[in-house]
Design a protein around this ligand. Sequence first.
Ligand code: PEP
Ligand code: MG
Length: 582
Amino acid sequence: MEIKRGTPVFPGVTIGPALVLDTEGYRIPQRFIASEQVEAEVERFRQGQAAAVLEAEDNRRTVSDKLGGQYGAIFTFHVLFLQDPTLQQEIISAIREHGWAAEYAVSRVMRGHAKDFERVAQGPFASRAADLFDLEKAMLRNLLGHRREQLQHLNVPVVVLAHDLTPSETAALDPAMVHAFATEAGGRTSHTAIMAGALEIPAVVGLGKFLTDVSGGDLVIVDGNRGLVILDPDDETRASYEVARKSFHKFESGLTQLRELPAQTRDGVRIALLGNIEFPHEADHCLERGADGVGLYRTEFLYLGLQSDPTEAEHLDAYLRVIRALGPQRPVVIRTLDLGADKFATPSEPANHERNPFLGLRSVRLCLKNLPLFKTQMRAILRASAAGDVRIMFPMVSTLAELRECKRILAEVKRDLDAEGVPFNRQLPIGTMIEVPSAAIMASQLAREVDFFSIGTNDLVQYTLAADRTNEHVASLYNPADPAVLQLIRMVVAAAEQQGITVNVCGEMSGEPMYTLLLLGMGLRQLSVTPHNIPEIKKLIRSVSVEEAEAVTDEALRLETGRDITNFLREQTRRILPEVVG
Ligand code: PEP
Ligand code: MG
């Protein structure tokens, strides 16, 4: 049994067989063959191995011709290893003795050797492990050929283990078959992690290198509550997790009673608890959890699976589905496209491989350079505003001029719609996200231009601390409770209060119970969270008074480091509602 520690991104526990996607996306399932097929399988392996040898020889020749014999010699090791009779015998025995399919036998045996090489931390053999993984891939390529199985066509439930998943790959996972996922890469607020929230399956990211320790079909536990992945659990661990899984389920079911109750503190202060969504069907997730509305509709997910930019009708159709589901009483904040960086490229503006995509042509910057794209979406949002309580919000605003430019274009679109006689809400509320430090610093000026603010802590934290939100290696720096981030949040809240506009927090921070007291104590009266987290946050809100939250906040703000603040907040939350803290 091995325990790997990462970052939890969606709660719950799943115990199931692994489906391993290595960096090339190969699936290596544990598959058995009938005893009468064993010799045919051995023959299949021999053919795959022979083809891999030919490939390696070919590489040796090409590289020797191009770069010289000493470089080509690198592949001599590949050829020798692939032809090694002991290795061949080991794989053939695995097929004959265990009845394993050739791919699985290759993967199991070669990964075993690779790990042996890795254990020799120093010396000439250490780097050979990488060669062995390459050779394993070469053999699998030849064995699997076109039979490579697709994630979309699973017929048994699995736990997906991968180096990384792009947001579109994650979105394509079928929650009926993929019961959890865990990745080596990624951070708490990467968009892959956010997608786990939309799928509502337990997930852990940022585990570091572990895929070499696991084969397809191995039993694994994904503990999305504590951020653990347990490979090959022993019976005792498995039994205790079965108990944990049931009690977590019970805890979650208990929360459903809160659905109809208001998010109101013990001293009667009403908090608007809204949902963050990516897809129209998540409007139902919001309603099921008793959300007061949608505080953040991330519209870039409209791009999933499209070969061209969405049309005005496609935008409108998605918005209307959400608005109709929520009814006239609940607001829906539609955020204009936040494309770029780790989100999708647009078909009309494919990713241009910027050196610093998070600091590049992302989000509203990209929209301002592509007015047809921007105006198409604005038209759809305005048209949708005739059907319900719609609000428009601009992401990644970093200067006052940028915000004014967005508003100017919106006014132009309104004039066009007027001229066409198309109805829309003339008082459509306009908001801006505050997720760049410059916007937080300029909050007083920005507040005069808009009807509401929404603090995007996912980006605000990364830009304030210069710590990439998707990079597990800087996860310890990426702390929403860092005093620098908290100072900026306080400035934004103060500016909003002074100008009399509302202020929301829609970054992942607002869905983590550990920060609820702090946010209430800093004056926030609106939180927008992943729908799944609504009941938990509501329960916490209903368990404290504002006075109590303010006292906790005062003390937290006196501490000097993010780590101390985090520990303090965790303890305070545990004191009030132990079951919501890890
Ligand atoms: C944020 O940055 O906090 C936010 C809500 O936006 P996104 O996560 O979509 O970048
Ligand atoms: Mg953001």
